[in-house]
Design a protein around this ligand. Structure first.
Ligand code: SF4
Length: 505
């Protein structure tokens, strides 16, 4: 009777539409609707048919918590208008997490038709924006900007066109360790290269000095005083010693020696690089961590301070990791030398293995085993233990063609990366912004909280390997790559690859 009274009372009040809702569960058990619900639906009808009961999955509103969830949701979605405002405020603004979207989808169904039309307009996926010529690029751009674009054009739009930045919350950025380790390694190899550091026993004192300098030049003194980050940074101080000692040992095993450190494209002995964007040229900027040389050969090394760093041909193919191959082209043209390795080198604080085999270049290396041994003498007798990538093909006899490349393949990949960068830059200049993230990109996106398209239109990338770049087997330098040729087809075949197709779809 209490229910009956409440319903009668409430039915006298509204002037427009009355929504009556009830929970399906509560307190961990299923609930049945009050008999009043049946009486109401028998009593009322629309176009001669009983009123339809629409289901709203309130329990998906995780932020409301389990207790009282249905009650609060009933309040939030009590009227057509409140459904509209709630959907607008949470779902369209991007605040709602994925699990809540079902609830907001149900709320959408309860909205008035004209409000639905208004929201539908908002949800039209944007493809392009028209900005004045030159608004997209000034004179320069970076390769990492292009990689952002290939990961999600909408995230690129937020960051580089609108100039949005992640809100600073005073917490540790997580980049300090990398900054300090990069600095230590730059100074360390600079002293090694210049003959200032020649004895392993001097490394500890030197590394401490590099650390102190890194703290000073980056203004991190204040961070050292903070409890959490200070402790982490002091660990990096010890890790810096360890990394220098280990890499010195690897350095001594190699005929390749550091030639360029933290070298900037267009400076430091590396000639400028430009991209053709429409009828104008845009200068590329970027910094290369390390270039090692041996005679007329060189390798590119990029330090990464996370363990899972990898450089696969698939990521190059889809534009996610074109940076090192573009740098490789810049160095090749500048030094007039030939590339035999393009590598990430993961160096991460906190890894406490006791041997130098924890260091492994990730990326592509020559398929010439003699040169692999020049890169690391250990590769001559125990390639798996060496710092050089070593992977066999499926036949377990020959080298994996996606890791071990013939000479001309480096050129093909380099040309491909440059062409892809130009296509990406061209799309940016034409205002392409469609939210179409590569799968899982949204999980680490700085703009996820304000993006209405989070995890929508996700692109699942296909597989890609050396064959995707259209290099036929007959171009290879022999089964195990015992010999090198200087074949260079100028990248003509690689350009045919339609690798930039996916970001438009
Ligand atoms: S949240 Fe996802 S769709 Fe939105 S900008 Fe970020 S990566 Fe792109």
């Amino acid at each position: 009777m209490t229910d009956m009274y409440a319903i009668c009372d409430v039915m006298k009040k509204p002037h427009g539409v009355l929504h009556v809702s009830y929970p399906e569960s509560g307190g961990g058990v299923s609930l049945r609707p009050s008999t009043i619900m049946k009486e109401l639906s028998d009593m009322l009808c629309e176009n001669g048919a009983p009123l339809e009961i629409k289901r709203i999955e309130f329990d998906r509103l995780t932020r409301l918590g389990a207790d009282g969830c249905a009650k609060r949701a009933a309040t939030l979605f009590a009227t057509e208008k409140s459904c509209y405002y709630e959907v607008l405020r949470n779902a369209v603004s991007g605040r709602a997490i994925l699990e809540e979207r079902i609830a907001y989808g149900s709320a959408y169904e309860c909205m008035a038709e004209n409000d639905k039309l208004r929201l539908d307009g908002v949800y039209d996926t944007p493809e392009r924006v028209a900005l004045p010529d030159g608004a997209y690029f000034k004179d320069t751009t970076s390769v990492s900007r292009l990689e952002t674009f290939f990961n999600c054009p909408y995230s690129h739009y937020f960051k580089y066109i609108l100039g949005l930045r992640k809100r600073k919350d005073g917490k540790q950025e997580g980049t300090e360790n990398g900054t300090v380790l990069h600095y230590i390694l730059e100074k360390f190899f600079s002293d090694v290269r210049d003959g200032v550091l020649t004895k392993a026993e001097d490394i500890r004192d030197k590394a401490y000095a590099y650390f102190d300098e890194a703290i000073r030049v980056n203004g991190f003194e204040v961070l050292l005083e903070k409890q959490d980050i200070g402790r982490l940074l002091r660990r990096v101080k010890e890790e810096g010693v360890r990394v220098c000692e280990d890499l010195y040992e690897i350095y001594q095993r190699s005929e390749f020696k550091p030639a360029l450190l933290e070298a900037k494209i267009g400076e430091d002995g590396i000639q400028p690089m430009t991209l053709k964007v429409g009828d104008r040229t845009v200068r590329l900027k970027g910094t290369i961590d390390r270039v090692d040389t041996c005679g007329d050969m060189f390798t590119i090394v990029d330090y990464k301070t996370y363990k899972s760093a990898d450089l696969t041909l698939k990521e190059l193919y889809y534009g996610q990791k074109i940076q090192l191959y573009i740098y490789m082209k810049a160095v090749e043209d500048s030094l007039k030398a030939k590339p035999v390795g393009v590598f990430y080198l993961p160096i991460f604080a906190g890894f406490m293995s006791d041997d130098t085999s924890r260091y492994k270049f990730k990326g592509q290396v020559t398929n010439n085993e003699s040169i692999m041994a020049q890169l690391d003498s250990v590769a001559a007798y125990a390639p798996r233990e060496s710092v050089v990538p070593y992977r066999l093909a499926r036949d377990r006899k020959t080298l994996n063609p996606d890791v071990h490349l013939p000479r001309h393949a480096f050129d093909l990949l380099g040309n491909y990366a440059v062409r892809l960068a130009e296509k990406g830059a061209d799309e940016i200049a034409n205002g392409y912004i469609k939210p179409s993230p590569v799968k899982d990109t949204c999980k680490n996106c700085n703009f996820a909280e304000i993006c209405a398209y989070r995890e929508c239109n996700e692109r699942k990338l296909g597989t890609a390997g050396m064959s995707s770049f259209d290099i036929s087997d007959k171009d290879s330098d022999g089964e195990n790559g015992k010999s090198e040729t200087n074949k260079n087809d100028g990248g003509g075949t690689a350009e045919k690859a339609n690798a930039n197709k996916e970001f438009k779809e």
